[in-house]
Ligand binder design. Structure first.
Ligand SMILES: CC(C)(COP(=O)(O)OP(=O)(O)OC[C@H]1O[C@@H](n2cnc3c(N)ncnc32)[C@H](O)[C@@H]1OP(=O)(O)O)[C@@H](O)C(=O)NCCC(=O)NCCS
Length: 182
């Protein structure tokens, strides 16, 4: 748990979403493929974590670590030669954590069609100090209706994450109290 006193709220001035929004682009090569010849999901996840980490660092003004990654969806296969764009922005901020939403788009190397969405993910980053302890983050200021919708959806995910974590901890504690050693 953080050493910050309970109820400590961020007094850091807010930052607009656009101040840290980022796109990371990468051309897929043969080194990125799985046995089927399409791009390995882990390659895309690394790019997602990289882009989200850049956004979290820019928004919080310092180091930030990945606390969780959830709802990673792979919608379409990515192929060698595709130009992949990973678009990331801060959706929501807590005291020391931020939810970063990521969309993955692919421009096919052999088609002149618009970039196609091939994936999406939501990551939580915790801003940390030099000792790795959580530190306060500036509130994010949504700038559009889309940003406001994303913020509201992020709060729903946050509520579910906390509830799930609490329920699992309670189950483990009650099993330990019953004498289970699993
Ligand atoms: C993430 C980490 C800093 C949290 O530290 P902690 O001592 O548990 O601190 P807290 O419980 O106060 O959590 C800090 C914030 O992160 C959030 N958080 C912590 N674990 C989380 C999780 N699993 N999912 C979502 N949010 C999480 C908390 O809700 C809190 O947010 P808030 O301040 O906005 O309310 C710590 O667990 C850590 O360093 N993990 C390793 C991170 C890492 O190395 N990532 C790269 C993997 S190689």
């Amino acid at each position: 748990m953080t050493d910050l006193a309970p109820g400590t709220e961020s007094t850091i001035p807010g930052k607009p979403t656009s101040a840290s929004r980022t796109t990371l682009s990468h051309i897929m090569t043969h080194a990125d493929t799985n046995l089927l010849g399409t791009v390995h999901g882990g390659v895309i996840m690394k790019l997602v974590d990289d882009a989200a980490g850049a956004v979290a660092g820019r928004h919080s003004g310092g180091p930030a670590v990945t606390a969780s990654m959830d709802e990673m969806a792979f919608l379409e296969p990515v192929r060698v030669g595709d130009l992949v764009h990973v678009k990331a922005q801060v959706n929501w901020t807590g005291r020391t954590s931020m939810e970063v939403g990521v969309r993955v788009l692919a421009e096919r190397w052999n088609e002149s069609t618009p970039a196609q969405q091939v994936g999406s993910a939501y990551l939580v980053f915790a801003a940390v100090d030099a000792d790795g302890k959580p530190r306060l983050v500036p509130p994010v200021i949504p700038e559009s209706d889309r940003d406001r919708r994303r913020s509201q959806e992020a709060q729903i995910r946050r509520t579910h994450r906390l509830a799930r974590r609490r329920a699992i901890m309670e189950l483990r504690e009650s099993r330990a109290a019953e004498g289970f050693d699993d």
